[in-house]
Each structure stands twice: as C-alpha cells, then as structure tokens.
Write a protein that binds this ligand. Structure first.
Ligand SMILES: Cc1ncc(COP(=O)(O)O)c(C=O)c1O
Length: 418
C-alpha cells in the first residue's frame, strides 16, 4: 500500500488534474438518476461522434447514396483496421481488418495456423482463457486431429511465463492466450511468450479483447503472428460491433483461412468458378462487412487515438491503484480481498474483488446506481475505462460498497456478457 489519501477531496483533485477528463463529455450521458458505470470493460459507453456518424451513415450514405456508397464502403474494413493498428495495436499498415466476431476470427486464424503447421498437432492454451477461445480451439483441434494442451493458471495471479515455457515443445503448432485475463485483469508477457513459441516453431495467437484500448499493445514489436479482439468494450463501438484480426505481414500469404468467402476473393466481381484468395490481409475477410458497425469501430479508434494510449495507460494504472488502496482500507475488514495483481505493471484496467457475497452485493450496487460486474463464484469485477471513469466514481462506488456490504447474503446468479 502506498498510502493515498482516502477522503473524497483527493478524488476531486485527481479529476481536476486529469488530462483525459474532458473526454467524458464526448460520450452520451445516461438519462435518469446519476449512474456510476464500472462496466466499460463489458460494454463501453456511446461516443457522441459515433451516434452522429451512424446517423450519417444511415441517412446520407445508405438512405441517399444507396448502392453508390459501396465505392467508399468497400475499404472500410481495412481503413478501420489500419487506424486500430496505428493507435492501439502497434501494427503497421495492412495487417489488421475489422470483420466478423472475435469468436469467428479466432476460428479462422486458429484453423489457418494449424493447417500451416502439418505434423504439429498441439494447441497450447490455458484453463483460464475465455470460454469461447477454449471452445473454438477444442473444435479446431478435433477437426484437424490435433489436441489442446491446457496450462493450469492461477485465476488471480494470471498466466505464468514459465508455465508456457514448460508447455510448448516441438509438437506445438499454435499458442493461443489472452493478453489481459478476463477475470483478474492479469497481464501476460506478450514479448516473452511470443519468443518461447517461436523458439519451438509455433505460431502465437493473442486475444486482445480486454487489452486493446486499455493497455499498450505492440504486436509488431513483439513479433506476434496473429491476434483477435472485440470492439464493444474499451473501443466503445457498441453491442455486437464487429471484431478485428491481425495477421503479421510476412505470414499473410502463407495462411489459408477456412471461411472462403467472396470478400476474400481475388477479382471479386468476376464471380469466378473457384476461390482464389486475394494477396494480403484482405484474404481474411469473409462476407459482406457490417458497415454501420465498422463505422462505429472507426469512430472509437479515432477517439482513443486522440486520447493517446500512453495517457490511457497511465490513468488506468492510477485508477486501479486508487481502487485497490481504498479496498484495502475500507473493504478488507468487510471480508473483501483483492483478486487482481497488485503490481500495476501486471494488470490491465479492471480490478476484481473476492467476497463470498459478491452476487448479492453486485445486485445491491446496481439498485443504488453503481454498475459493476459479477463473475462466478465470488468476484465483483470493476472496470475502469480511462476515458470515461472518474476518480470520484471510484471513491463513490467503494463508499457505496462499504455502506451496503454488512448484512448482505450470498448466492449464485447468472453472469451477463463479458
Ligand atoms: C477475452 C474474450 N475473448 C472472447 C470474447 C468473445 O467475443 P465475441 O462474443 O464477441 O465473439 C470475449 C467476450 O467478452 C472476451 O472477453
């Protein structure tokens, strides 16, 4: 504990000094009673610019432009991908496209990676990886006669690099892991793990859902091969907005993705008899892109690019540290323990707290206008999105927690989307 002041005036001072504070005004503020929203790592808030852009896409580009708008819509998946790559993923041009969902992109890339490593049947992942990742990898392994090798990871401490070192060998085709763990927020060492995989000739596929827009990602710098991620969390592109995928340039033409759709086809409008993938990142597209959704992705990437990932990271670390210190001071005596790594370099932008009554506490918070997330069996997950969360939000939420916790009962409940 570093001993930050626990009175609310300190939180107000931090907000006043926060260079990102003005960004909050650029989001739609929920109508009704005041809301403290600590779930931007599940569904980010709506930027005003996105609402305006989507209205424009609908009425002008679609309503008036109709089919003529495809002239500029057609490169939107790569344009938005390049913007994400430049501002948030550490990827040079031509390596990122926005398309499909994270789940579908994961399937495309994992399947392509396995096909590119014949004779190497093993996919390495960990038991803490997000369910969709584990399910997709199991399906890909079954399709290719391979097997999934599951690393056992401590849910709170996060993925240990040494455990990856012990699991990867010459049989491994693919290592697929989450960069920031969805429950604890623990951050994996992308550079070290990528290097371990490469030493054994394996490819690496990173799930960036909880990291893009919250922590700096340097895909090119780490030599990563493949990555996927969603856009509805820190990127604020809206529920079900399309995901993105990254394929390292040198690998693109070696991979053949399994969903052989016409948007990845060379000379698409010749309507030829057989699938011949276009050169480059475009071959990882499938069918007609979701133009409204990708427009929202582009706006989200632009806004976060303006905020700057350096400032976002700095504020994310300050917010999570502040939350942990208030939890130690106020909530530990009420039975809470911090489930996220205490080292700010080892965590993303959300903090999980254990409490046996987390379910009931989460519902009681929601009833009082504080929106957290509950994760089975005993976790309260608090997402601090640096462009929209204030220090006073953290103080008010934890103050509410310390008031309501005494006397609340526990019990299982179904958790919502991530
Ligand atoms: C880490 C992680 N991976 C994958 C997914 C699944 O993404 P989708 O449902 O958009 O395919 C999520 C969803 O929240 C997630 O948090």
């Amino acid at each position: 504990m570093t001993g930050l002041p626990t009175d609310r005036s300190y939180a107000r001072e931090c907000d006043a000094a926060d260079p990102l504070a003005p960004f909050r005004q650029r989001f739609v503020q929920p109508a009704g009673p005041p809301l403290i929203y600590l779930d931007g790592n599940s569904l980010g808030m709506l930027p005003l610019a996105t609402a305006e852009r989507i209205t424009n896409v609908m009425y002008r580009e679609w309503g008036t432009g109709l089919i003529r708008s495809w002239d500029h819509w057609v490169d939107l998946p790569t344009r938005a991908g390049d913007l994400l790559g430049r501002h948030l993923l550490g990827a040079a041009l031509g390596q990122v496209v926005v398309s499909d969902s994270t789940t579908v992109n994961l399937y495309k890339l994992a399947r392509a990676a396995l096909a590119a490593r014949p004779g190497h049947p093993v996919i390495v992942t960990d038991d803490n990886n997000f369910p969709t990742d584990r399910y997709v990898l199991a399906g890909v392994a079954a399709e290719r006669g391979g097997q999934v090798r599951l690393i056992t990871t401590d849910t709170d401490g996060g993925l240990a690099t040494d455990a990856v070192r012990a699991a990867v060998d010459g049989q491994t085709a693919l290592v697929c892991l989450s960069h920031v763990a969805y429950r604890s927020g623990a951050l994996a060492d992308m550079a070290a793990i990528t290097e371990i995989a490469h030493r054994h000739g394996a490819l690496v596929l990173w799930d960036l859902c909880h990291s893009a827009g919250s922590v700096p990602v340097d895909l090119d710098g780490c030599g990563a091969d493949l990555a996927v991620g969603c856009t509805y969390k820190y990127l604020n592109a809206g529920p079900g907005a399309p995901a993105y995928l990254y394929v390292r340039r040198g690998l693109q033409d070696q991979l053949r993705q399994p969903v052989q759709g016409w948007f990845g086809q060379r000379d698409q409008f010749e309507m030829g008899p057989a699938y011949q993938p276009v050169a480059g990142i475009g071959r990882f597209l499938t069918g007609t892109p979701d133009i409204i959704g990708i427009s929202a992705v582009e706006e989200g990437a632009r806004l976060l690019g303006e905020a700057g990932i350096g400032r976002i990271r700095q504020k994310g670390q300050q917010l999570t540290q502040y939350l942990i210190e208030l939890a130690d001071a106020w909530l530990a005596p009420l039975g809470f323990t911090v489930a996220s790594p205490r080292d700010p370099e080892r965590r993303g932008s959300h903090v999980s707290l254990h409490h046996p009554g987390a379910d009931a506490i989460s519902r009681a918070l929601i009833a009082r206008g504080v929106v957290p997330d509950y994760r089975t069996p005993d976790r309260l997950r608090l997402g601090l999105a640096p462009v929209t969360t204030r220090f006073t939000d953290v103080w008010d939420a934890l103050d509410c927690l310390r008031q309501i916790t005494p006397g609340l009962a526990s019990g299982p409940r179904r958790a919502g989307p991530e």
